[in-house]
Design a protein around this ligand. Structure first.
Ligand code: DAH
Length: 364
């Protein structure tokens, strides 16, 4: 028979004590029977619900009903009951939320869960190292978008529409742009050179910047080609910049990256945006120039393209302060993936982009 709060007629201390004793024994019994979180909640509601819980009933049936001269005695007992019920409810709640099975219990002697530590990707590390070498020479860093317009990627770099030099840099074109003029059509940039134009639009001369970033080409993947790769572009424009500055700068950079004993050589080449243009080769630092597999028995490793900025390129940014009669500059672009492979002894460029943890964790 569940406990019900009785109406009191006898308010003598003895009768009150008896009523309280009955209440406490019901409390003890129900508290022992309350199991789990649900049980604890039902127990709390039955005893402490604001509206019709047992404590609320005590207020009404005992305290308010008491004649004035018994109020003190009744009040003291109701307060005592309140304290006791609250303590009991708290301990039932604590019991209810504690794990009941041994498997649920926390075993503090077990080893913790170790979170695997990431490592810097070798390409990012190479980009950082290259940028670091130029920062030390006073260059600042600029970035440009990976989705470029035809204008920045080709036209302003002196690749006229239909010029065959565009064929060497086929890429992915964003679909459905036939209605736009050619120069506004979007593509995945094939090199970081468009950042040269963006930089010159942003800052008047003199400028010295390096521009690291991701580039895309229509290339079939193999051990040395990937449709996605990385470059660091460089641009220095000022009054009186000569090919000697270009040579000295790049010779220093190659020594900083590959060791002070490497030699550099500048080989005539062609890029639409530089005149004259050169490919830079460094003496093979694996065989010391004698000839090995890495340098394909030539003793030289080709690392970057460079040249003196073509006056035609300055014409595209002339209104930003670049008058080819007053200023000159040099530019260069190098493959960062290639640098990473040479520096860290990686023989297949695909490894850089496959995301295989067994490969990547070697750089941790
Ligand atoms: N953009 C060229 C490429 O991706 C590399 C390059 C060559 C950049 C000569 C330059 C440069 O800035 O002067 O093949």
């Amino acid at each position: 028979m569940p406990y019900n709060v009785p109406k009191l007629t006898d308010f003598s201390p003895a009768a009150l004590d008896a009523a309280v004793a009955a209440l406490f024994s019901a409390l003890a019994e129900e508290s022992a029977a309350a199991k789990g979180e649900d049980g604890a909640k039902a127990f709390r509601d039955r005893w402490m619900a604001r509206k019709n819980g047992i404590l609320a009933q005590l207020n009404k049936l005992w305290l308010q009903a008491a004649p004035a001269k018994a109020k003190r005695e009744v009040g003291r007992r109701v307060n005592e009951a309140k304290a006791r019920v609250e303590t009991e409810v708290r301990s039932v709640q604590a019991r209810g939320s504690a794990p009941s099975s041994p498997e649920q219990r926390l075993d503090v002697t077990l080893p913790g869960i170790r979170r695997p530590l990431g490592a810097e990707h070798p390409v990012l590390r190479a980009l950082d190292e290259i940028v670091g070498v130029f920062k030390a020479m006073g260059y600042s860093v600029e970035e440009g978008p990976e989705i470029e317009t035809d204008y920045y990627n080709f036209e302003a770099l002196n690749f006229p529409p239909n010029h065959p030099a565009r064929d060497t840099q086929d890429t992915i074109f964003i679909a459905g742009q036939e209605a736009k003029p050619l120069r506004d059509r979007l593509l995945l940039r094939t090199h970081t050179s468009p950042v040269q134009i963006r930089t010159m639009q942003k800052y008047p001369p003199p400028v010295r910047v390096v521009c690291p970033g991701k580039v895309h080409r229509h290339d079939t993947p193999d051990a040395s080609h990937s449709p996605l790769f990385h470059q660091v572009e460089g641009l220095a424009v000022d009054s009186g910049i000569t090919f000697c500055d270009l040579k000295g700068t790049l010779d220093h950079a190659m020594k900083a990256l590959f060791g002070s004993s490497v030699k550099t050589r500048f080989y005539p080449s062609f890029f639409p945006f530089t005149e004259p243009s050169a490919d830079v080769q460094v003496s093979c630092f694996f065989c010391g120039g004698k000839g090995c597999r890495t340098c394909k028995q030539t003793g030289w490793i080709e690392l970057l393209g460079c040249g003196m900025v073509d006056p035609n390129v300055f014409e595209f940014v002339r209104e930003h302060g670049y008058d080819p009669k007053k200023i000159s500059g040099f530019a260069f672009g190098m493959g960062a993936d290639r640098v990473a492979m040479l520096r860290y002894g990686i023989n297949d460029i695909q490894l850089l982009f496959q995301g295989d943890v067994r490969f990547l964790e070697q750089f941790a």
